[in-house]
Ligand binder design. Structure first.
Ligand SMILES: Nc1nc2c(c(=O)[nH]1)N[C@H]1C(S)=C(S)[C@@H](COP(=O)(O)O)O[C@H]1N2
Ligand SMILES: [Mo]
Length: 222
Protein backbone atom coordinates (compact mmCIF):
# COMPACT_ATOMS: atom_id res chain seq x y z
CA UNK A 1 0.00 0.00 0.00
CA UNK A 2 1.19 3.49 -0.74
CA UNK A 3 2.02 5.54 2.34
CA UNK A 4 -0.43 8.29 1.41
CA UNK A 5 -3.35 5.87 1.27
CA UNK A 6 -6.57 7.61 2.06
CA UNK A 7 -8.72 5.99 4.75
CA UNK A 8 -12.49 5.93 4.57
CA UNK A 9 -13.45 8.56 7.09
CA UNK A 10 -16.38 10.53 8.37
CA UNK A 11 -20.07 9.79 8.26
CA UNK A 12 -20.09 7.03 5.66
CA UNK A 13 -23.56 5.65 5.05
CA UNK A 14 -23.18 2.38 6.94
CA UNK A 15 -26.82 1.48 6.26
CA UNK A 16 -26.47 2.03 2.54
CA UNK A 17 -23.33 -0.10 2.48
CA UNK A 18 -25.10 -2.91 4.40
CA UNK A 19 -28.18 -2.71 2.14
CA UNK A 20 -26.09 -2.94 -1.02
CA UNK A 21 -24.12 -5.87 0.44
CA UNK A 22 -27.47 -7.62 1.10
CA UNK A 23 -28.61 -6.96 -2.50
CA UNK A 24 -25.45 -8.70 -3.69
CA UNK A 25 -26.13 -11.69 -1.42
CA UNK A 26 -29.73 -11.92 -2.65
CA UNK A 27 -28.93 -11.29 -6.30
CA UNK A 28 -31.50 -8.47 -6.33
CA UNK A 29 -32.66 -7.11 -9.73
CA UNK A 30 -31.17 -9.99 -11.69
CA UNK A 31 -33.28 -10.71 -14.76
CA UNK A 32 -31.13 -13.62 -15.93
CA UNK A 33 -30.88 -12.17 -19.42
CA UNK A 34 -28.09 -10.61 -21.41
CA UNK A 35 -28.24 -8.20 -24.32
CA UNK A 36 -26.10 -7.12 -27.23
CA UNK A 37 -25.00 -3.49 -26.77
CA UNK A 38 -25.02 -3.04 -30.54
CA UNK A 39 -28.77 -3.76 -30.59
CA UNK A 40 -30.11 -2.86 -27.14
CA UNK A 41 -29.32 0.58 -25.84
CA UNK A 42 -30.85 -0.12 -22.41
CA UNK A 43 -29.10 -3.01 -20.59
CA UNK A 44 -31.28 -5.74 -19.01
CA UNK A 45 -33.08 -4.82 -15.78
CA UNK A 46 -32.33 -1.09 -16.10
CA UNK A 47 -34.80 1.81 -15.91
CA UNK A 48 -34.30 5.09 -17.72
CA UNK A 49 -34.14 8.29 -15.62
CA UNK A 50 -34.07 11.94 -16.66
CA UNK A 51 -32.49 13.49 -13.57
CA UNK A 52 -29.00 12.47 -12.58
CA UNK A 53 -29.05 10.65 -9.20
CA UNK A 54 -26.19 11.08 -6.72
CA UNK A 55 -24.68 7.89 -5.28
CA UNK A 56 -21.68 7.61 -3.02
CA UNK A 57 -20.62 6.55 0.45
CA UNK A 58 -21.91 9.79 1.98
CA UNK A 59 -18.68 11.76 2.20
CA UNK A 60 -18.34 14.29 -0.60
CA UNK A 61 -14.84 15.76 -0.30
CA UNK A 62 -14.41 19.42 -1.14
CA UNK A 63 -11.20 19.54 -3.18
CA UNK A 64 -10.05 23.00 -4.21
CA UNK A 65 -8.40 23.15 -7.61
CA UNK A 66 -5.17 24.38 -5.98
CA UNK A 67 -5.06 21.22 -3.85
CA UNK A 68 -6.04 18.81 -6.61
CA UNK A 69 -3.50 16.19 -7.67
CA UNK A 70 -3.88 13.30 -10.07
CA UNK A 71 -1.07 10.80 -9.54
CA UNK A 72 -0.28 7.98 -11.92
CA UNK A 73 2.16 5.50 -10.39
CA UNK A 74 3.04 1.85 -9.95
CA UNK A 75 4.17 0.01 -13.08
CA UNK A 76 4.81 3.04 -15.29
CA UNK A 77 7.99 4.32 -16.92
CA UNK A 78 7.10 7.89 -16.06
CA UNK A 79 5.26 8.65 -12.79
CA UNK A 80 2.89 11.59 -13.05
CA UNK A 81 1.66 14.00 -10.38
CA UNK A 82 -0.56 16.38 -12.30
CA UNK A 83 -1.81 19.54 -10.66
CA UNK A 84 -4.87 21.34 -12.00
CA UNK A 85 -2.96 23.39 -14.58
CA UNK A 86 -0.97 20.38 -15.71
CA UNK A 87 -4.15 18.36 -16.09
CA UNK A 88 -5.93 21.11 -18.04
CA UNK A 89 -2.90 21.54 -20.32
CA UNK A 90 -3.33 17.98 -21.63
CA UNK A 91 -5.31 17.36 -24.85
CA UNK A 92 -9.00 18.02 -24.18
CA UNK A 93 -11.78 15.75 -25.43
CA UNK A 94 -15.56 15.56 -25.34
CA UNK A 95 -17.94 12.64 -25.45
CA UNK A 96 -21.68 12.02 -25.18
CA UNK A 97 -22.36 8.71 -23.42
CA UNK A 98 -24.99 6.70 -21.57
CA UNK A 99 -24.39 5.75 -17.93
CA UNK A 100 -25.76 2.72 -16.07
CA UNK A 101 -25.84 2.33 -12.27
CA UNK A 102 -26.14 -1.13 -10.76
CA UNK A 103 -28.98 0.15 -8.51
CA UNK A 104 -31.02 0.09 -11.73
CA UNK A 105 -31.01 3.57 -13.24
CA UNK A 106 -29.60 4.45 -16.62
CA UNK A 107 -29.27 7.92 -18.10
CA UNK A 108 -28.75 8.65 -21.78
CA UNK A 109 -26.73 11.32 -23.59
CA UNK A 110 -24.45 12.74 -20.90
CA UNK A 111 -21.97 15.20 -22.38
CA UNK A 112 -18.61 15.07 -20.61
CA UNK A 113 -15.42 16.99 -21.27
CA UNK A 114 -12.01 16.08 -19.94
CA UNK A 115 -8.83 14.21 -20.70
CA UNK A 116 -8.89 10.76 -22.23
CA UNK A 117 -7.19 8.05 -20.21
CA UNK A 118 -5.34 7.03 -23.38
CA UNK A 119 -3.71 10.48 -23.52
CA UNK A 120 -2.60 10.22 -19.88
CA UNK A 121 -1.25 6.69 -20.37
CA UNK A 122 0.72 7.87 -23.40
CA UNK A 123 2.60 10.15 -21.00
CA UNK A 124 2.93 7.69 -18.12
CA UNK A 125 3.89 4.76 -20.39
CA UNK A 126 2.75 1.54 -18.66
CA UNK A 127 5.43 -1.11 -18.24
CA UNK A 128 4.81 -4.41 -20.05
CA UNK A 129 3.94 -6.14 -16.73
CA UNK A 130 1.09 -3.71 -16.00
CA UNK A 131 -2.24 -5.49 -16.47
CA UNK A 132 -4.57 -3.98 -13.84
CA UNK A 133 -5.40 -0.60 -12.39
CA UNK A 134 -6.47 0.45 -8.90
CA UNK A 135 -8.06 3.90 -8.53
CA UNK A 136 -8.19 5.76 -5.21
CA UNK A 137 -10.41 8.75 -4.43
CA UNK A 138 -10.36 11.63 -1.96
CA UNK A 139 -13.22 10.00 0.00
CA UNK A 140 -11.23 6.77 0.38
CA UNK A 141 -13.30 4.89 -2.23
CA UNK A 142 -11.41 2.50 -4.48
CA UNK A 143 -12.23 0.49 -7.57
CA UNK A 144 -10.29 -1.81 -9.89
CA UNK A 145 -10.18 -2.27 -13.65
CA UNK A 146 -8.17 -4.21 -16.18
CA UNK A 147 -5.71 -1.97 -17.98
CA UNK A 148 -7.56 -2.91 -21.17
CA UNK A 149 -10.91 -1.56 -19.91
CA UNK A 150 -9.24 1.52 -18.42
CA UNK A 151 -7.31 2.37 -21.60
CA UNK A 152 -10.30 2.01 -23.96
CA UNK A 153 -10.85 5.01 -26.28
CA UNK A 154 -14.14 6.08 -24.63
CA UNK A 155 -12.75 6.38 -21.08
CA UNK A 156 -12.08 9.85 -19.73
CA UNK A 157 -11.08 11.81 -16.65
CA UNK A 158 -13.97 14.27 -16.82
CA UNK A 159 -13.94 17.79 -15.40
CA UNK A 160 -17.12 19.11 -17.05
CA UNK A 161 -20.66 17.99 -17.69
CA UNK A 162 -23.01 19.71 -20.13
CA UNK A 163 -20.54 22.58 -20.51
CA UNK A 164 -20.29 23.31 -16.77
CA UNK A 165 -17.60 22.31 -14.29
CA UNK A 166 -18.48 18.92 -12.81
CA UNK A 167 -20.26 19.56 -9.51
CA UNK A 168 -18.78 18.36 -6.27
CA UNK A 169 -21.64 15.92 -5.71
CA UNK A 170 -20.93 14.25 -9.05
CA UNK A 171 -17.21 13.98 -8.38
CA UNK A 172 -15.67 17.34 -9.24
CA UNK A 173 -13.03 18.49 -9.75
CA UNK A 174 -12.25 15.26 -11.64
CA UNK A 175 -13.91 11.86 -11.94
CA UNK A 176 -13.45 8.90 -14.23
CA UNK A 177 -16.20 8.19 -16.77
CA UNK A 178 -16.15 4.64 -18.13
CA UNK A 179 -19.49 4.26 -19.89
CA UNK A 180 -19.31 0.59 -20.86
CA UNK A 181 -19.27 -0.74 -17.26
CA UNK A 182 -21.67 -0.15 -14.35
CA UNK A 183 -21.12 3.28 -12.88
CA UNK A 184 -19.49 2.11 -9.64
CA UNK A 185 -16.47 1.57 -11.92
CA UNK A 186 -16.43 5.35 -12.57
CA UNK A 187 -14.85 6.76 -9.41
CA UNK A 188 -15.57 10.35 -8.34
CA UNK A 189 -12.91 12.70 -6.81
CA UNK A 190 -10.09 10.55 -8.22
CA UNK A 191 -6.60 11.29 -7.01
CA UNK A 192 -4.49 8.20 -7.62
CA UNK A 193 -4.12 5.65 -10.38
CA UNK A 194 -1.87 2.70 -9.66
CA UNK A 195 -0.84 0.29 -12.40
CA UNK A 196 -0.42 -3.25 -11.13
CA UNK A 197 0.65 -6.69 -12.26
CA UNK A 198 -2.01 -8.40 -10.11
CA UNK A 199 -5.63 -7.38 -9.65
CA UNK A 200 -6.66 -5.59 -6.44
CA UNK A 201 -10.47 -5.61 -5.91
CA UNK A 202 -11.92 -2.28 -4.73
CA UNK A 203 -14.60 -1.13 -2.26
CA UNK A 204 -17.67 -2.74 -3.86
CA UNK A 205 -15.76 -5.58 -5.49
CA UNK A 206 -14.86 -6.98 -2.04
CA UNK A 207 -18.49 -6.53 -0.92
CA UNK A 208 -20.18 -8.90 -3.34
CA UNK A 209 -20.14 -6.85 -6.54
CA UNK A 210 -18.81 -8.21 -9.82
CA UNK A 211 -15.15 -7.75 -10.58
CA UNK A 212 -15.84 -6.43 -14.09
CA UNK A 213 -19.43 -5.16 -14.14
CA UNK A 214 -20.60 -5.29 -17.77
CA UNK A 215 -24.24 -4.05 -17.77
CA UNK A 216 -25.23 -5.96 -20.96
CA UNK A 217 -23.98 -9.20 -19.42
CA UNK A 218 -25.77 -8.23 -16.18
CA UNK A 219 -22.54 -8.61 -14.23
CA UNK A 220 -24.04 -7.03 -11.10
CA UNK A 221 -22.72 -9.41 -8.46
CA UNK A 222 -19.70 -11.66 -8.34
N1 LIG B 1 -15.22 8.36 -4.88
C1 LIG B 1 -16.35 7.69 -5.10
N2 LIG B 1 -16.69 7.40 -6.37
C2 LIG B 1 -17.83 6.73 -6.62
C3 LIG B 1 -18.68 6.30 -5.57
C4 LIG B 1 -18.29 6.63 -4.25
O1 LIG B 1 -18.96 6.29 -3.25
N3 LIG B 1 -17.12 7.33 -4.06
N4 LIG B 1 -19.84 5.62 -5.88
C5 LIG B 1 -19.92 4.97 -7.18
C6 LIG B 1 -21.27 4.56 -7.53
S1 LIG B 1 -21.89 3.20 -6.74
C7 LIG B 1 -21.99 5.18 -8.53
S2 LIG B 1 -23.47 4.58 -9.07
C8 LIG B 1 -21.50 6.43 -9.16
C9 LIG B 1 -22.53 7.51 -8.98
O2 LIG B 1 -22.09 8.71 -9.57
P1 LIG B 1 -23.06 9.96 -9.47
O3 LIG B 1 -23.28 10.25 -8.00
O4 LIG B 1 -22.36 11.06 -10.17
O5 LIG B 1 -24.34 9.55 -10.14
O6 LIG B 1 -20.27 6.86 -8.58
C10 LIG B 1 -19.37 5.84 -8.30
N5 LIG B 1 -18.14 6.47 -7.92
MO1 LIG C 1 -23.82 2.60 -8.01
Amino acid sequence: MAEDDIPLTGAVKENLIRTKERWAEEGRLLTGTTADPARERLPPGQTLVRDWPVLDLGVQPDIAREKFRLRVEGLVENRLALDWDGFMALPQSEMVVDIHCVTQWSRYDNRFAGVKVADILALARPKPEARFVSLTCYDGYTTNLTLEDFAAPDVMFAHSWEGEPLSRQHGGPVRLVLPRLYFWKSPKWVTRVELLAADRPGFWEVRGYHNRGDPWMEERYG
